[in-house]
Design a protein around this ligand. Structure first.
Ligand code: DOR
Ligand code: ZN
Length: 348
């Protein structure tokens, strides 16, 4: 067996990113834009992205902080509410402002209070999306107090996804940041209309890492880390080489003071090391042969977008992750701060 110490690959895209607005945006955009060519920008900002004008302003805010605007393309995502304006959505899609819609079940995560309270309320929107081929990105958790937080994803598949799929068989659906065996099995038995993203933190860790040996706020995100058997199911998904799994980091920065608090916010800021984490997992599973497809080919194929033209080089080189990143008068703590990573992108 040859041990790879560097490899060239097509530049990857990140299909799930939170940039926020204002100070945090100015601080974090560069960590994504220097590695990835495109990113799906999550719309759960305040106010949520529900109009073309709002999306255009948000895109401009992002591009203004990217040094060379030609090298990074933020792709905007429309936030679905109970009162979604379908004409606005279709107009924005046809104008290449919106590339997908996001379904946040109401109160399922950060800034999801404008989300959908009952999926039936947007069936007419989903029907239009199915017609035009607009992808539906799903935060797949059924967030009810009566459902245990560790079961919310599996319940979503059972109670929402199965009937939704029956009703809209050709709607393009991406189950985002899947965390369970149930989701992996669901995607594997689905057809070309269903895909999923997997985060690096759900691949590398399980709930023991977050909760045993001290509670770790920087491991806390939604969907929450699950049992080891679910982490192994996600890893298994990669070993199948199925082209309906692809990269989406769910990088989600918050101020240190909002994370290290008696009521800490969910979200993991992994952008600085996400690609390295993925490479570590693929290497450990001895499936580096599928790495480029997962990072750079499967997403564009599913979304019908061109494959990136540039390449990057990953090298095996030990590096220490920053302890913290200054953000005006506050700090953002990167995931695995102070720890070592094994892989780096050449030139970064
Ligand atoms: O942990 C999370 N944080 N999960 C989400 O779905 C949203 C994200 C955020 O916006 O902070
Ligand atoms: Zn997210």
């Amino acid at each position: 067996m040859t041990i790879k110490t560097s490899f060239k690959m097509i530049q990857p895209d990140d299909w799930h990113v939170h940039f926020r607005r204002g100070k945090i945006l100015k601080t974090v955009v560069h960590f994504t834009s220097k590695i990835f060519y495109r990113a799906f920008v999550m719309p759960n900002v305040i106010p949520p992205i529900t109009t073309v004008k709002n999306a255009e302003n948000y895109r401009k805010e992002i591009l203004d902080v990217v040094a060379n605007k030609k090298q990074f393309i933020p792709l905007m995502v429309f936030y679905l509410t109970d009162n979604t304006d379908v004409n606005e959505l279709v107009y924005g899609y046809k104008k290449n402002i919106f590339y997908a819609c996001k379904l946040y079940p109401i109160n399922s995560t950060i800034n999801s209070e404008y989300g959908v309270s009952d999926i039936k309320k947007i069936y007419h929107v989903l029907s239009v999306m199915e017609y035009f081929g607009i992808p539906l990105l799903i935060h797949g958790e059924l967030a009810k107090n009566c459902i245990d937080i560790f079961d919310r994803e599996a319940e979503f598949i059972k109670q929402i996804m199965l009937p939704l799929r029956n009703r809209f068989p050709m709607l393009k659906v991406v189950l985002e940041h899947i965390t369970t065996k149930e989701s992996v099995e669901y995607v594997l038995r689905s057809n070309q209309y269903t895909a999923a993203t997997i985060t690096p933190h759900h691949l590398m860790f399980n709930r023991n890492h977050m909760l045993s040996d001290g509670i770790k706020p920087h491991f806390y995100s939604f969907p929450i880390l699950k049992r080891k058997k679910h982490q192994e199911a996600l890893q298994y998904a990669l070993t199948t080489g199925c082209d309906r799994f692809f990269l989406g980091t769910d990088t989600a920065p918050h101020f240190q003071s909002d994370k290290e608090s008696c009521c800490g916010k969910a979200g993991i800021f992994n952008a600085p090391i996400a690609l390295s984490m993925y490479a570590t997992v693929f290497e450990k599973l001895n499936i580096l042969k599928y790495f480029e497809a997962f990072c750079s080919l499967n997403g564009p194929k599913f979304y019908n977008l061109p494959i990136n033209k540039d390449n990057i080089i990953l090298i095996k080189k030990s590096d220490t992750i920053y302890d913290s990143i200054d953000c005006y008068n506050n700090k953002i703590i990167p995931f695995l701060a102070g720890k070592k990573i094994k892989w780096s992108v050449l030139g970064n």
